[in-house]
Design a binder for this molecule. Structure first.
Ligand code: ADP
Ligand code: MG
Length: 733
């Protein structure tokens, strides 16, 4: 075997790998017994809280009623006792700053008792409010450093939990994070506000359909998380993977994903052991993980939970990402959540499955078997269609970031054009409405006959799937597929909840006016409304191949926006209509929206700057030395051969030395582009301007440099090549 010493030792470490954790035993401890065992959930509260207090907290959680401040001391005391029994020494307010990470500030329960000893203390005040010194989190100018105060506030609707560590456990309390002027500095605050707005407007529509007391309507969300698992020995030999989470160099391997032998293939033992461990940790935390499988690209996998209330789902998603990363180390692997860790094979997304409803009214996007006759469903579905068409640029903006630029609008799914896939059955129903103002039939789902007598007949879905659509109706929910794998769910959820709330508001107002309180007029009013919405917003519906050239042309004709990159997409979050909407539904103020826009541009600039600097470092200190050494070696051989009187071929030498010259030139080009960027670090002077410079100059210079490096990888002798190759990283497990 050839390869540089560093690569060979990495490969040896990978192939010699022995699991470092004890095997789990599901027979002695069943998953069902573990489920939720580290969660301060409703049933724990019922057991541990006085009846009145429990009732009051439950009302807040289930009905959205205001939290009774008087209960905090009692809840805190019960929570503390429970946590101490589980070995907790500290509690932590967990919050979600705009960087998308999960942040936590830990405090010990112990307080000196004044007599030389210490007691465990945790009162209502400590539960309800925290004050992390969070001045280093980006605030987009909302909170200048001289007024650095930020507060965390207990979110009673997302349960507290215990996080385990071999040396002790911590009580974690999900919180919202706000400035001392009450402005949102985080992802959770607007999410909670948007859920409230959605509830209010959905209830108005339900009332028209005769629901007397349907209870609180919640947005529901079930995210599918894609990720790569790569052996840590390779990662350690790749500064780009360590610091940027993606490979900045790497020629395509001889074998990629073309055989489709990875998708749903047998899960490798080590990976399966890892998955079982992750799932077990997540069960303890009450995260309802359900599905696991191999994904399309080599070494790519997926995990998905069962859907939950969107706020809880979002917190659980953050926990899931942390758990995937943490547990990977136990198995000698790194979990890569970047949208595009490897060029040339599929990137990773996070499909956001979304609906709304509750126990009493069920799922409001459930069409039943005859959707044409299900007026209530059609109205809610039309609300989504109108919302997505009206606010396509906002939906595109909330998934815009440097990582996702490699997927959306680039060479990969889904396209940056936001359209809706409805499936054959629903598309037909809305087509009928558009044509005649009324739908009179639904295509039948039917049964699949496989043609083998011993196989059971299979019920067939009324619509096929479409993997090329960024926003697809999948039976009884919409699936927003453009979300990036590393992203917090909150931004996309805030957008979805708010735009649908706005559409439901519009619909409720129209129907209230048209019926004037007379229920017998509802049918006619709904028919007119559906026809109007289909006429005005039907252009967003597209059931064909979203990757095709024809669609891009057709979409342009239909006036659908196609914001290819982050710099094109982000500005939409401060469109006047968007700000007006966020303010109207009290989800985000103008200042909050503007600060977010600035922060997201800044994040983009920081990401690209780091990538550029790593590219330069690797190119200058690793690739150039390897290439020049190899050129020297070739030159030496040529000289020797000539001295020996033998014909010496110089083709390869000429090629290598040409590439070395190109390398030097491209390094200079990237250095130049980076130099024009200025300082870097915290506080990018003009985020949008810098972002444009990044996209237009820095990124192309990086791509050009990569082109030369990847060509060198194809000619430099393998024992000189310093970086683990795609072939090694993706296929040696
Ligand atoms: P798919 O349809 O993508 O093959 P599933 O039916 O397993 O896969 O659903 C994918 C995700 O969608 C899961 O997390 C699932 O819980 C979630 N989901 C199902 N119903 C709803 C709903 N009503 N609201 C939100 N998410 C849902
Ligand atoms: Mg799916």
């Amino acid at each position: 075997m050839s390869g540089s010493a560093a690569r060979l030792s990495a490969i040896k470490a990978v192939t010699d790998f022995k699991p470092i954790s004890e095997p789990l035993n599901f027979a002695t401890t069943a998953s069902g017994d573990l489920y939720g065992s580290n969660v301060f959930n409703i049933s724990v509260m019922e057991k541990r809280l006085p009846k009145q207090v429990f009732k009051s907290v439950k009302k807040t959680i289930e009905k959205g009623e205001p939290l009774d401040a008087g209960v905090a001391d009692v809840v805190a005391s019960a929570m503390k006792d429970w946590a101490l029994e589980k070995g907790a020494t500290h509690y932590a307010h967990v919050f979600y700053p705009l960087t998308g990470i999960t942040a936590e500030k830990h405090d010990s329960f112990l307080s000196p008792d004044g007599k030389g000893g210490a007691i465990n203390e945790f009162g209502g005040t400590a539960l309800v409010q925290g004050e992390p010194d969070a001045s280093s989190f980006p605030s987009g100018g909302i909170r200048a450093t001289f007024e650095a105060r930020g507060y965390t506030a207990w979110d009673v609707t997302s349960p507290a939990y215990i996080l385990e560590n071999p040396n002790g456990t911590t009580l974690c309390i999900p919180t919202a994070f706000v400035s001392w002027t009450g402005e949102a500095l985080d992802k959770k605050t607007p999410l909670l506000r948007s859920m409230k707005a959605l509830n209010v407007q959905a209830l108005r529509v339900l009332k028209l359909f005769g629901h007397k007391d349907p209870g609180m309507i919640t947005a529901t969300c079930g995210p599918e998380q894609e990720y790569f698992l790569i052996d840590r020995n390779f990662i350690m030999a790749r500064p780009d993977l360590i610091n940027a989470g993606r490979t900045l160099f790497g020629a395509p391997p001889p074998k990629g994903q073309e055989f489709a032998d990875q998708y749903f293939g047998a899960i490798p033992d080590r990976v399966l052991a890892y998955m079982l461990d992750c799932e077990r940790e997540l069960y303890k935390l009450g995260v309802p993980v359900k599905t696991r499988h191999n994904e399309v690209a080599p070494s790519q996998y997926e995990i998905a939970p069962i859907y939950e209330n969107a706020n809880v789902a979002s917190d659980h998603q953050q926990l899931l990402m942390l758990t995937l990363k943490r547990v990977a180390h136990k198995y000698g692997m790194e979990c890569l959540m970047h949208e595009k860790p490897f060029a040339g094979v599929n990137g990773s997304g996070k499909h956001l499955n979304w609906s709304l409803g509750n126990g009493a009214v069920g799922n409001l996007l459930e069409p039943g078997s005859t959707p044409h006759a299900n007026m209530q469903f059609l109205v809610f579905c039309a609300a989504v269609i109108r919302a997505v068409h009206k606010h396509a640029t906002l939906l595109r903006a909330v998934v815009a970031h440097a990582g996702n630029d490699h997927r959306l609008g680039a060479n990969e799914a889904p396209p940056a054009i936001i359209s809706i896939f409805l499936g054959a059955q629903l598309a037909d129903v809305f087509e009928q409405i558009k044509k005649s103002g009324e739908a009179t039939s639904s295509k039948k789902a039917g049964t699949l006959t496989v043609g083998v007598d011993t196989l059971p007949p299979l019920p067939k879905d009324a619509g096929d799937r479409n993997r090329t659509s960024p926003f697809a109706f999948t039976g009884n929910k919409f699936e927003f597929r453009a979300v990036g794998s590393s992203q917090s769910l909150s931004g996309p959820l805030v957008a979805l909840n708010t735009i649908v709330a706005e559409s439901l508001d519009y619909i409720a107002t129209e129907l209230e006016t048209a019926t004037g309180g007379d229920a017998s007029k509802l049918n006619a009013a709904v028919q007119k409304l559906l026809k109007d919405i289909t006429n005005a917003h039907g252009a967003v519906i597209f059931n064909g191949d979203g990757y095709s050239e024809e669609w891009h042309a057709e979409a342009a004709k239909r006036g659908l926006p196609n914001n290819k990159q982050t710099i094109d997409a982000l500005p939409a979050i401060t469109d006047p209509a968007v700000i007006e909407m966020f303010e109207k539904y009290q989800v985000l103020s103008k200042r909050e929206v503007e600060s977010r826009r600035e922060i997201y541009f800044e994040q983009y600039v920081l990401t690209i700057s780091v990538e550029a600097r790593i590219s330069l470092e690797i190119a200058k200190t690793t690739i150039y030395p390897a290439a020049i050494r190899y050129a020297g070696e070739l030159a030496g051989s040529v000289t020797n051969l000539k001295a020996a009187g033998v014909a010496a071929d110089t083709t390869v030498l000429t090629k290598v030395s040409g590439l070395v010259s190109a390398l030097v030139e491209k390094i200079a080009g990237l250095e130049d582009a980076v130099a024009h960027l200025g300082g870097g670090g915290h506080g990018v002077a003009n985020p949008q301007e810098s972002a444009i410079h990044c996209a237009k100059s820095v990124v192309p210079a990086m791509v050009a440099l990569r082109g030369v490096v990847d060509s060198l990888e194809g000619v430099v002798a393998d024992d000189h090549w310093p970086l683990p190759t795609y072939q090694e990283m993706l296929f040696i497990k």
